[in-house]
Design a protein around this ligand. Structure first.
Ligand code: AMP
Length: 429
């Protein structure tokens, strides 16, 4: 057949009517889980100031250096087609004074993004991503919760054999010393590195750990590990994240060389893969990833507030749904608030959140807060019908209090019976 005169731009694709059902499925699942965990949707412009990304993602990253689409307007403004979602969300958080709202602010997006990459299977120049961000909370429980949300979403989509890789890349206290020891090591192994990594050793040495070239593998495998250089605060934070993940039994593995391709990350970083591999030239492609960005908000002109989030590629998920996913849909109803006091109660609440999610009962929480009064105030504000309270005593006794928010009546039930009890109560309504 003769080639038509006009074709879609290289690396971009049409989503035709018979494919929409897969994309719709992902969209619905994202919306459902966002509503379940009380995330608000945000849409930001496709174009942003180019400087937002060079400052936010980092000048030395591939995304900014090689992949960003630039545009000079007639008025002389330097804009860029957004290559990722976190920097625009942080920009909006600062610009709209969201710091003055109750923290944390939980936002999600579902939008097209643009990167001028070499087009390959699973790698496009315009692709869809959805992401979840929690701004204004530094408690490690939200790191675990973000990972739990993405995992739960992939389960909702019927995907199997999902694995999670996790690492901590420290903060400004401990990373500089690690960076120095890494550079020393890389310099002494320079002859075994690809040309790109030789350059990266000078400009952005952590990126070497992210190199996909076979040649660099042995050097990377023998490289010093960040986890051995973490300062006590980062170590404690990471330990807590892992404890929370253990509590909810998520299948993660520690990946000591995971660094991610953007400069704004601190402490926790993670990536998700499927064993039903999405590959490009036999290289494993991630379904999504993310991490903590404790300095980004300040770096972009905001206050000293921390954040965590992640983003997933819709095309890669659709590719998996076509192979092994589930196109049927389930939906949800009653709203419950989970309140907790103390660390053990926090862990139990995290587990409870997962059980509620499986039964499609809507919940909300403010895991980062420790005052019961504040938590109950939030429960009333969101119109929760019941609040499940786990205090220190209940956590030890393996019980929970169920409070009817309208009548104020409370009853204590066994921890393992909470979900059934709420199910019964919501049937009675
Ligand atoms: P990143 O933040 O760069 O790790 O991107 C997060 C996720 O977006 C990746 O794990 C992919 O699923 C998806 N993604 C990133 N770049 C592309 C691309 N060029 N084409 C399709 N999906 C992509």
């Amino acid at each position: 057949m003769k080639k038509p005169k006009f074709q879609k731009p290289l690396g971009m694709h049409d989503i035709l009517p018979y494919e929409q059902k897969y994309f719709r499925k992902v969209y619905d699942a994202v919306q459902d889980i966002a509503e379940f965990y009380s995330f608000g949707k945000i849409d930001t412009p496709v174009l942003e100031s180019a400087e937002l990304f060079s400052k936010g993602i980092g000048l030395g990253t591939d995304i900014v250096q090689k992949e960003m689409y630039h545009l000079k307007t007639k008025g002389g403004d330097a804009l860029a087609l957004r290559p990722e979602g976190t920097a625009p969300i942080v920009r909006a958080y600062i610009e709209h004074g969201m710091i003055n709202r109750p923290q944390p602010v939980k936002l999600y997006y579902y939008s097209p993004f643009f990167r001028h990459e070499r087009p390959q299977a699973g790698r496009y120049r315009q692709f869809w991503q959805f992401g979840f961000e929690i701004l204004g909370e530094e408690n490690p429980i939200v790191d675990a919760q973000i990972i739990q949300i993405f995992y739960g979403l992939l389960m909702d989509l019927g995907l199997k054999n999902i694995s999670i890789e996790i690492n901590s890349i420290g903060d400004k206290e401990c990373r500089p010393a690690y960076r120095r020891s890494l550079v020393r090591y890389l310099k002494s192994n320079a002859e075994s590195l690809c040309a790109n990594c030789k350059k990266r050793t000078k400009e952005n040495p952590l990126r070497v750990l992210d190199c996909k070239e076979e040649k660099c593998r042995p050097v990377i495998n023998g490289a010093p590990q960040m986890i051995d250089s973490l300062c006590p605060e980062c170590k404690e934070h990471f330990k807590k994240v892992l404890e929370y993940l253990d509590e909810i039994e998520l299948p993660y593995t520690l990946e000591p060389h995971l660094v991610r391709g953007l400069d704004y990350y601190t402490r926790t970083v993670f990536e998700f893969f499927s064993s039903e591999e999405v590959t490009e030239n036999k290289k494993r492609l991630a379904l999504g990833g993310g991490g903590r960005y404790d300095y980004l908000i300040r770096q972009l002109g905001g206050r000293d507030v921390t954040g965590i989030g992640g983003a997933f590629g819709v095309e890669r998920i659709v590719q998996l749904i076509k192979k092994e996913g589930d196109l049927s849909s389930k939906r949800k109803k009653t709203k419950i608030f989970l309140a907790q006091l103390g660390d053990l109660a926090k862990r139990k609440s995290l587990r409870l959140a997962e059980e509620f999610r499986k039964t499609k009962i809507l919940i909300d929480e403010s895991f980062g807060k420790d005052s019961l009064k504040n938590q109950l105030a939030r429960a009333s504000r969101i119109g929760a019908e019941y609040t499940v309270i786990i205090g220190q005593k209940e956590a030890l006794e393996d019980t929970a209090i169920i409070r009817n928010m309208k009548s104020g009546k409370q009853e204590t039930v066994k921890f393992k019976e909470v979900v059934d009890k709420i199910k019964k109560l919501s049937k009675k309504r």
